[in-house]
Design a protein around this ligand. Structure first.
Ligand code: ME8
Length: 640
């Protein structure tokens, strides 16, 4: 019988456009949902937008819009993005939906009636960015840890939720259910937090301060705090309390969030559920951050990665694959286009793409594009462990994917792809084809390879659904809706001899990063000619940039990065700087040169090398020219 499976993403704030981080969580949810359909589970996948609160009102004001106009527009951006990324959500919830608002009121009233909400005057440290009060011990150097600004002291009467009453219950629940919060590091983090007494949660905001929210049913002059509203989306979307979806899916609920919202999901949410008499969720799955150039993505640094841009440049499946393969679920990861291109070229173009086109080409050359019949006389002899490798890959894959260890699941598939490539080399079908006496062997080898590809096409389905479908069609399985089901993949010999194959194709063309970079540099170069002078800055703005003279002590190429050179420079102290000038300078040409360096630029890792500073250079159609001085000066001399 099909088991139910329910997965949710956070509902995203509509105060910013969707970026790489939102895309990652939502793609991870899509992957896990598709993985469960492989076992024929009955699945439900929810995402949506979080639209109430101060943050949103301020963002709307900045754009001269009413909150309603503003939330409709930004929520629309999320809703339109997901199909572009092949996200298969069943429902998209908005906290401004009347049905959701009604559920929030019902649950608030229920908790109030049970005596777990009380009214009290409160003076505290409030961060407007987070829309919450902080205790002294939560602050870092007197500032909000997220916004790095000091909170304001405000005094007001408010409603409070008696979280403290449920503290011991929550500790016991987490201890009795070791994988309630996973991976373990986040479970430990929550337990560590629960070692201190839990403060009650202020769950209201007076309407005199903010109106854009859900009115407390027992106090019309107050709206509810955003987290109380937002978290309830996970049950309201299912039609709590009587909906069929609620009855089927709530008992098996799993959430995915990043570590930023561990506390609301690991502490507030289970306690809210307990107080409302609703069973708690099954698992909270917590992942780390995608950083860009080792820093958190932010508009002010200008390192925000747009998912659609990545899709348009590199292809959707390659982008999805990179995100799932490169991040260890639970840990932080660094995003760079260079790493993305390396993955595409190595794993997708080389390992999988070459295998696929090689095997199809041979099937056409030797068997006119028809799946040959494996020969029972030589089947065992020609297997060479391929079938057991396939089984081992499927076993590791299923165990890993089920625990959200996507990188491990994919690594197991790629191990099998490596076996397949070795199998081609060892069996050498082109040699078998030369001799009539080895026809049986050739039939069996090509059959086995096609069969291996069938299994691979199924295993990659959750992460790369389009590529899986493309492989499926080429393997003569078009119209077979169950081609990726685990039951089908675990039986070897699933491919029917005699079936017509399509002509070979290149699944993933190799990407020439240098060419891509050259093109974008050329574009930038031509733009530079007519690029207007930037807007005025003050002398104070300029003085923030610490320009220094530095002497290049040594220089060398950076492995696997044709554009980059690693320089050791002396600017009064020794520094390593990585610079994209390899196309225009040899390392030898640079040694001894005096160059100009931005000495206080935030360090960034480039191709694994930590670069502390940046060389000043000009780029035009002729390439890159490094700025130097007219006469030699003492290393470290500042420029002004
Ligand atoms: O917190 N790396 O919404 P939000 C990985 N509305 N994931 C990232 C990321 C990054 N650099 N940046 C964002 C909210 N995310 C609340 C949630 S739920 C009841 C209410 C992802 O728009 C990640 O999933 O700030 C993170 O938890 C979420 O976006 C935060 O989204």
């Amino acid at each position: 019988m099909a088991s139910p499976f329910y997965i949710t993403t956070p509902i995203y704030y509509v105060n910013a456009r969707p970026h790489l981080g939102h895309a990652y969580t939502t793609i991870a949810a899509d992957v896990i949902r598709r993985f469960h359909t492989m076992s024929s589970d009955q699945t439900y996948f929810l995402t949506g937008t979080d639209e109430h609160g101060d943050k949103i009102v301020r963002a709307a004001k900045k754009e001269n819009r009413t909150p309603r106009e503003y939330v409709d527009q930004v929520s629309g951006l999320f809703r339109k993005l997901w199909p572009e990324l092949n996200i298969s959500n069943d429902y998209f919830i908005r906290t401004t939906d009347p049905a959701h608002m009604a559920v929030v009121e019902t649950i608030l009233q229920r908790i109030y009636d049970a005596g777990d909400i009380y009214f009290s005057e409160y003076e505290g440290l409030y961060c407007f960015g987070c829309e919450r009060f902080y205790t002294e011990r939560e602050l870092v150097d007197g500032c909000c840890p997220d916004h790095q600004s000091p909170p304001e002291t405000i005094k007001e009467s408010n409603y409070f939720f008696k979280m403290s009453r449920y503290q011991q219950w929550l500790i016991d629940h987490i201890k009795q259910h070791p994988d309630f919060i996973r991976p373990k590091r986040y479970r430990n983090e929550v337990l560590a937090f629960l070692r201190e007494p839990l403060d009650d949660l202020c769950i209201s905001r007076p309407k005199s301060r903010i109106k854009w929210g859900i009115t407390l049913p027992f106090a019309p002059e107050y709206v509810t705090y955003v987290w109380f509203d937002a978290l309830l989306n996970y049950v309201s979307a299912l039609g709590y309390p009587d909906g069929e979806l609620y009855k089927t899916y709530w008992p098996v609920a799993q959430h995915i969030v990043a570590k930023d919202i561990l506390k609301p999901h690991g502490i507030y949410w289970p306690i809210m559920l307990k107080a409302a008499g609703i069973p708690v969720y099954q698992h909270l799955n917590v992942h780390g951050y995608w950083n860009v150039d080792q820093s958190k993505m932010s508009k002010s640094i200008g390192n925000v990665v747009e998912p659609l841009e990545m899709k348009n440049v590199y292809g959707l499946d390659a982008f999805r694959f990179f995100l799932m393969r490169d991040m260890v679920f639970g840990l932080d990861s660094n995003f760079s286009e260079e790493a993305l291109v390396q993955r595409i070229n190595a794993d997708l173009a080389n390992d999988l793409g070459n295998l696929f086109s090689r095997v199809l080409t041979m099937a056409h050359k030797y068997f006119d594009g028809v799946v040959p019949e494996p020969n029972p006389d030589v089947e065992k002899e020609m297997d060479l462990g391929l079938e057991s490798n396939a089984r081992a890959a499927i076993d590791t894959y299923t165990a890993s994917m089920g625990e959200f260890a996507f990188h491990k699941g994919l690594a197991a598939v790629w191990e099998f792809i490596t076996h397949m490539n070795k199998y081609v080399d060892v069996t050498a079908p082109w040699v078998l084809a030369k001799n009539k006496a080895t026809r049986k062997q050739l039939e069996t080898v090509i059959y086995n390879l096609l069969e291996g590809l069938r299994i691979i096409s199924g295993l990659i389905y959750p992460v790369m659904p389009d590529t899986a479908a493309n492989m499926q069609k080429h393997l003569g399985l078009a119209g077979d809706d169950d081609f990726y089901k685990l039951a089908r993949l675990t039986s070897w010999r699933g491919l029917k001899p005699g079936v017509k194959l399509r002509k070979s194709i290149s699944l993933f063309p190799r990407i020439d990063l240098d060419k891509k970079q050259r093109q974008s540099m050329e574009k930038a170069g031509s733009q530079k000619m007519d690029k207007p002078i930037k807007s005025e800055i003050t002398i104070d703005d300029f003085s923030k940039i610490d320009l220094r003279v530095a002497t290049v002590v040594s220089a060398q190429a950076v492995p696997r990065a044709k554009k980059l050179l690693q320089l050791e420079v002396d600017l009064g102290e020794k520094r390593t700087i990585v610079s994209g000038i390899a196309g225009s300078y040899t390392p030898e040409e640079l040694v001894g040169k005096q160059v100009i360096v931005v000495a206080n630029l935030k360090p960034a890792k480039l191709m694994g090398v930590l670069s502390k500073g940046m060389l000043i250079a000009a780029t035009d159609d002729a390439g890159v020219t490094v700025a130097t001085l007219d006469k030699s000066v003492t290393p470290g001399t500042p420029l002004s």
